[in-house]
Design a protein. Sequence first.
Length: 259
Amino acid sequence: MEFQNLLYEVEAGICTLTINRPDKMNALNQETISEIGQAVQAFEEDESIKGMIITGSGIKAFVAGADIAEFSSFSPGQAEKMAQNGHRVFNEIENCFKPVIAAVNGFALGGGCELAMSCHIRIASENARFGQPEINLGIIPGYGGTQRLVRHIGYARATEMLLTGDMLNAADAKEAGLISRIVMQEELLNTCREILTKIAQKSPLAVAQILKLVNRYYDAEQGGFETEISEFADCFDTEDFKEGVSAFLEKRKAQFTGR
Ligand code: COA
């Protein structure tokens, strides 16, 4: 399949989806989110593909977040639509009946960390960094981060990360339970392929049931996703949002006032 911002490659029954905007640290603009949705749907519909790897182009970034330049001028209404679209696509990944592995090859920040967390398994290279730096822009995560980070690493660590915007390195992410393995960058994709090849030999029915049931464990929390979407939209009506994104784009430190 051909995409503007993605590479979709299938080999030996495994699809590798590469977010391909290397000059923008693979930041997710709206078109990329929509393309990921289309790619995941194509993957689900193709019976010959048994598993998917999601990774970022280049050696520096998995995905450095939503595209700040794009959303810097968004209204609360546009922000709400942006969050809804992201949630729909990331829920589709999480609820997929075939395994999806995030091969985290560098920065996984904001929407990148949220994308990785919507995958079923996360394998990282040694240079991977995880964070939800939205707070530095005067906003909050809008693609599930406030909910999934708590699930993955627990209340105390998640709250500290969300409030400080600090990053975890690969070793800390593994220790926190956010990823299952750290490998050398050159071995990252092969390791993911090996895992998916092993799973492909199991009963697809049992695989689908396990994926459904591990997600089922979290059903009770779904109300948080809806609240996150509306609170994310509200952020776009504040002076702090305008200050936060302008500061990033002008490469300076933000001065927040609470308005
Ligand atoms: N959205 C839009 N553009 C982004 C981006 C994002 N989330 N992250 C990086 N970029 C762009 C930069 O603006 C820069 O573009 P330019 O060359 O046109 O100036 C380019 O990608 C390279 O990034 P740069 O900041 O110069 O690289 P770095 O190595 O100094 O820092 C990061 C890398 C990832 C730490 C830094 O880019 C960063 O903090 N990104 C934003 C992370 C973030 O806040 N994400 C959450 C968004 S909700």
